[in-house]
Structure formats: C-alpha cells, structure tokens
Design a protein around this ligand. Structure first.
Ligand code: AMP
Length: 358
C-alpha cells in the first residue's frame, strides 16, 4: 500500500497554470503543502503554493532537488517530457502513473488503448507520409480531421479535410509532425465525465457535463448533461473501465461524443479538466480536492452533484465583465491571477447556479 500523506506533507505539482493553482488551493484546505515546478515566469499557481521552482524540464539538478523535497508528484498537464519523468521517478512516486501519460500523450496509442477496452472511437489511421494520408482518406472517407499525434490541445494542430484534394495541404500543415487521420463523428453533442480513482482502487465519477466549444476552445459546461439513463450509465462505465485498466490514481477527464449509435470516446486527459470546473460550486468535494485526496492516498470524498451549474470560461477580454458578473449572486467567480488578458487566453471562469439538483 502506498504512502498516505499527513498534514504538512508536500505534494509536488508539475505545471503552474490555472489547474496547478486550483490544485494547490484544494491541497491547502486539507493542510497539505504544494511545491510547484514550472518553467515559465509568472505562474498562476506560484502565488498560492508553499514553494515554487522555476526551471526547465531538462534541468536535472532542479528536477532532483524538486523530487527530494516532496512526498508525491502529480501534474496539471500531460505533455511532460519523458526524460523529466525518468529522473523524477527515481526519487518519488508519480500519480497518476506513467502508463496514463504514455497512453494519453499520443493520440494513436490512446485510440488503440480505448479500442482494446472495447470502447468506440472515431475511425482512425496513423499518417506518417502523404501516400499514407491518401490511403487513409480513401478508407476512412471525408469529412475527416488530420491531427498531430502529440502536443495538440484546444483544437490546435488539427486540419479538417472535406475532399480528397485537400490532403496535400493538410499534410503540409502538420509540418512533418507524426499525425493521425480521424473520421468525422456525426455527434449530437459533446459530454465529459470527470472520474476519480483512489489509491485503494475505489472509483467515483462526477455527473457528466455537456460541453460547448467556440473556435475549438471550451466555452461552457452545463450540468446535468442531456443524456438518457442508458447513456449516463455507459459514460460512467467507460470512465471506470479506463481508470481500472490504467491502475489510475487521481482524477481523469474523459471526453465523449454522443451519437445516435451510442457514445464515442474522443480523448482522455490524465488530470483535472476544464470541463470539471463546475464541481467547485456543484458538489461538496470538487475535482481538485478529489485529485488531491487520491494522490495523497486519502479516501475519495463525496462528489455528488447538489446544484445544477453552467460553467463559462472567461477568455481574454471577457475578464472585463467580472465586475458586472459579480453583481449577480448566482455567479461564483474564479480568476487565475494572470496579468495579461491576451486573446483566447483562459483568464478565469464563472459558475452560474441554475437550481438545486433534481
Ligand atoms: P480535440 O482536440 O481532439 O478534443 O478536438 C477539439 C474539438 O474538435 C472536439 O471537442 C470536437 O468538437 C471537434 N472534433 C475533434 N475530433 C473530432 C472528430 N473526429 N469528429 C468530429 N468532431 C471532432
């Protein structure tokens, strides 16, 4: 049985963005300290954590000193270089474990893993050359989306192909990066399940949220999602199977497309997730505390939804609306302390209370 952290023990968090910040705040409420490791300056998590290391992911000395100062390591994003994980792992356990990172860092291995569990995904094919793309477009059909296998998020690194003649241009847009072609899924809406698995193997899922994107970036998450009983069960079972298969410890985000033929898994994120921010005001124990509890070896908390919520991201200049939003007591406002409101940058979010859960 792995170590159970005691008050005063230290959780290391790789990444100092808004997710790291909200994890550190949740840990502080539980009497746990956080040491954040972040290469960039001005990290949102920096102002709320006990300790901050500002160093690169190839700085072995900084990595070793960080690992020696913490009791467990977790992360707020999945694209941590493997070489850094190799160094850290020699000194300290990493939760969720390496398998979750390996699977989710590459869209191809992610889809193969999901299909291996019997979960449906979009049809896909690996594309490492233009002739492979032509073959894939012929077999999968159009419309389709060409995506980089690694390092894509918020719709970045993706090109839609509506007819075969666009293949060469789409391939050029990948700039030599290994890619995957996905058939276009004809979905009615998108939902996500935020699931958690404790060190004791217990699994608990938050109610699915319904997601709306704008320009490839999450705009709103609404709970409850429009799902019938069977779909709801399928969504939760899919998440539980993923958690068990990865022997996962922590919180995961599972994005699903809802289609007339059933649910299709779009992707998994081995961390707390933007579409789980509603839990801060919709549940007694939110996704951030649930994650901290899991990685600290504590039992999972009560994540039942007590309120219906619409979470809206505040991007760039949206943050100027905060004084107005604050006038409505139905709004719970969460800001990330970012100085510069660049276009499209996630500055905060607002959780609007829309009623007590039925
Ligand atoms: P992703 O970065 O893979 O989460 O994609 C961002 C968004 O693009 C998703 O939330 C969907 O709205 C859309 N999208 C991605 N892949 C597909 C697909 N295979 N079929 C239809 N829409 C997709």
């Amino acid at each position: 049985m792995s170590k159970v952290l005691q008050p005063g023990d230290v959780i290391g968090i790789l990444g100092g963005g808004q997710l790291g910040r909200m994890l550190a705040l949740a840990a502080a409420r539980l009497g746990l300290r956080c040491h954040v490791y972040e290469p960039g300056a001005g990290a949102p998590a920096g102002e709320v954590c006990a300790e901050l290391t500002c160093a690169a992911y190839d700085d072995d000395r900084a990595l070793r000193a960080f690992a020696a100062s913490v009791d467990v390591i977790t992360y707020e994003f999945e694209n941590i270089p493997t070489s850094a994980l190799d160094v850290l792992e020699q000194h300290c356990p990493i939760r969720p474990g390496r398998e979750a990172l390996r699977v989710s860092q590459d869209r191809l291995s992610e889809k193969q893993f999901l299909n291996g569990l019997g979960l449906a995904t979009a049809p896909f094919a690996a594309v490492d050359a233009l002739d492979a793309l032509h073959t894939a477009v012929t077999s999968i059909g159009v419309p389709a989306i060409l995506k980089t296998r690694r390092l894509g998020y918020d719709g970045k690194g993706q090109v839609r192909i509506d007819d075969a003649g666009q293949a060469a241009g789409a391939f050029a847009a990948m700039a030599g990066a290994a890619a995957i072609l996905e058939g276009f899924v004809d979905f009615t809406h998108e939902v996500s399940v935020i699931g958690a698995r404790g060190a004791d193997g217990r699994v608990a899922c938050f109610d699915p949220g319904q997601n709306m994107h704008r320009d490839g970036i999450l705009h709103t998450t609404t709970v409850p999602a429009q799902l019938n009983r069977a779909q709801l069960t399928d969504a939760v079972i899919a998440t539980g199977r993923i958690l068990n298969a990865l022997e996962y410890v922590g919180v995961i985000g599972v994005e699903l497309f809802v289609t007339a033929q059933g649910l299709i898994v779009n992707e998994i994120a081995p961390r707390v997730h933007n579409s789980g921010h509603w839990t801060q005001n919709g549940c007694v124990v939110d996704q951030f505390e649930q994650h901290i509890r899991a990685v600290a070896g504590w039992p999972l908390g009560d994540g039942r939804r007590h309120s219906d919520i619409v979470m809206t991201n505040l991007l760039g200049d949206d943050v100027a609306q905060v004084p107005d939003l604050a006038r409505d007591p139905a709004h719970a406002i969460h800001l990330y302390g970012k100085a510069e409101a660049r276009a499209g940058r996630k500055m905060g979010h607002v959780n609007r209370w829309i009623g007590a859960a039925a």
